[in-house]
Design a binder for this molecule. Structure first.
Ligand SMILES: [Cu+2]
Length: 172
């Protein structure tokens, strides 16, 4: 294999890579995104949103400058006990809204580098993979709040009780 050929191969591979990114999928629609506020000394919090993909995608990762680690977690009741575990991906079927919410799937932000006061905002990058294995990123800026935005008073006592359970589950 001569040098010229090798150089051509490198360019060809680069072109493939660039092509793959150029035809990257439509990003999913993101609605109702928010990050739960934290107090000084708090190690972790959650990010929540509704995602609707236009083609089948998987959410495979997340990153934010405000936390050392951002993980996708699943929380659910097993008998009487709320349990949480890290999952490496979440399926986003085309046209179906998948909700990341307290008590269900959520993005866990750990090793917080600073307190997140209500009214501030958090940059968050989501990483998606389509059926062909092509990755794409979506940059978001989510508001920090103490409870989900745009919800009336009625459902809150229940939501709060569940949140406390969620927080307890995270200590294990
Ligand atoms: Cu979690």
């Amino acid at each position: 294999m001569n040098t010229t050929f090798r150089t051509c191969m490198a360019f060809a591979l680069m072109a493939v890579a660039v092509g793959a990114f150029a035809q990257a999928q439509q990003p999913p629609k993101v609605e109702g995104g928010w990050v739960r506020s934290s107090v000084p000394g708090q190690q972790g919090t959650g990010a929540f949103m509704r995602l609707t993909a236009t083609e089948p995608l998987q959410l495979v990762g997340a990153a934010t400058p405000v936390a050392g680690v951002a993980e996708l977690h699943e929380m659910r009741m097993e008998g009487d006990v709320m349990r949480m575990r890290a999952v490496d991906k979440l399926d986003l079927p085309a046209g179906r809204t998948v909700e990341l919410k307290p008590g269900g799937y959520h993005l866990m932000l750990m090793d917080l580098k600073q307190p997140l006061p209500q009214g501030s905002s958090v940059p968050l990058t989501l990483l998606f993979r389509n059926a062909k294995g092509v990755d794409s990123k979506l940059e978001l800026k989510l508001p920090v709040a103490i409870r989900p935005p745009g919800r009336g008073g009625g459902a809150q006592p229940k939501a709060r009780a569940m949140d406390r359970q969620s927080m307890d589950a995270h200590k294990y």
